[in-house]
Design a protein around this ligand. Structure first.
Ligand SMILES: [Fe+2]
Length: 229
C-alpha cells in the first residue's frame, strides 16, 4: 500500500512533468514574402498555396520527426545538416537529404521569386559573373530553362557558387541540395510537378517560359554578394 509520503512524491513528479512545456520543433515553415496570388498569372495562387502550405510544411514536419530521433543533432541548421550529411547517423541521412533538402530548397525558392516587374535585374559582381559564364542574363536564363526541362522526373535546376566562387549550373534529382556537393545555392527552379501541374499540366516548358518573369534578381544579387565574400 502506498504511504502518504509516496503519494505526495508522485504528485510532485506529475506536477513537474506537467509544468515542462513540450519543446518547440527546431524547424518551422517560413512565411511567404508575398501573397499567394502575387505571382499571377505566371504562377497561380492555388499552386502557391498548396506548394507552400502543404508540400513545404510536410518537408518541415518530416525533418522535425527525423531530427527528434537524433538528439545529438540539436542546434544544427538545415544547411549544416546538408553540408555534413555524410557524418550524420546513418538512420537519419535519407530523411535529412530528402526532407531537409526540401525544406532548404523551398525556403530559398520563395525568396528568389517576386511579382512581375518587381524583381529588378542582376547587378554588381553577379552581373559580371553571369556575363562571363553565360554571355548575359538571357544566356543564363536559356541555359537554366534547358537544364530544368531536361531533368528526368522530379528535381531542380540550380545556379550556385562553387568552392572557387565560380557560377555553376547543374540539374538535381528529387530534393538534392547543391550543398551536398559543397556548392552554395543562389537560384533554383523547382520542376517537381507540384510546382506547375495545376496551371500547366504536363507542359513543363510553358512553366519554364513563365518563370523568368517572376525571378527576384535583387535578392539573388544580394545573396551572391553575401556568399561570395
Ligand atoms: Fe516544390
Amino acid at each position: 500500500m502506498l504511504t502518504r509520503r509516496a503519494l505526495l512524491e508522485m504528485a510532485a513528479v506529475s506536477a513537474a512533468a506537467a509544468a515542462v512545456p513540450p519543446a518547440d520543433p527546431p524547424f518551422t515553415l517560413p512565411k511567404l514574402p508575398y501573397a499567394y496570388d502575387a505571382l499571377e498569372p505566371y504562377i497561380d495562387a492555388q499552386t502557391m498555396q498548396i506548394h507552400h502550405d502543404k508540400h513545404h510544411q510536410a518537408y518541415v514536419d518530416n525533418l522535425n520527426k527525423a531530427v527528434a530521433a537524433a538528439p545529438e543533432l540539436a542546434g544544427m541548421s538545415v544547411d549544416d545538416l546538408l553540408l555534413r550529411l555524410d557524418t550524420l547517423p546513418a538512420a537519419v541521412r535519407t530523411a535529412v537529404r530528402n526532407q531537409g533538402g526540401g525544406h532548404a530548397n523551398h525556403s530559398l525558392f520563395w525568396e528568389t521569386l517576386a511579382p512581375a516587374g518587381k524583381g529588378g535585374k542582376p547587378g554588381g559582381r553577379l552581373a559580371s559573373a553571369i556575363n562571363q559564364s553565360f554571355g548575359g542574363t538571357d544566356g543564363l536564363v536559356t541555359k537554366m530553362q534547358s537544364t530544368a526541362l531536361a531533368v528526368f522526373g522530379s528535381g531542380w535546376a540550380w545556379l550556385s557558387l562553387d568552392a572557387a566562387n565560380r557560377l555553376s549550373l547543374d540539374p538535381a534529382s528529387n530534393q538534392d541540395s547543391p550543398l551536398l556537393a559543397a556548392r552554395r545555392p543562389l537560384l533554383g527552379i523547382d520542376v517537381w510537378e507540384h510546382a506547375y501541374y495545376l496551371k500547366y499540366q504536363n507542359r513543363r516548358g510553358d512553366y519554364l517560359k513563365a518563370i523568368p518573369n517572376v525571378i527576384n534578381w535583387d535578392f539573388v544579387t544580394a545573396r551572391f554578394e553575401k556568399l561570395a565574400g
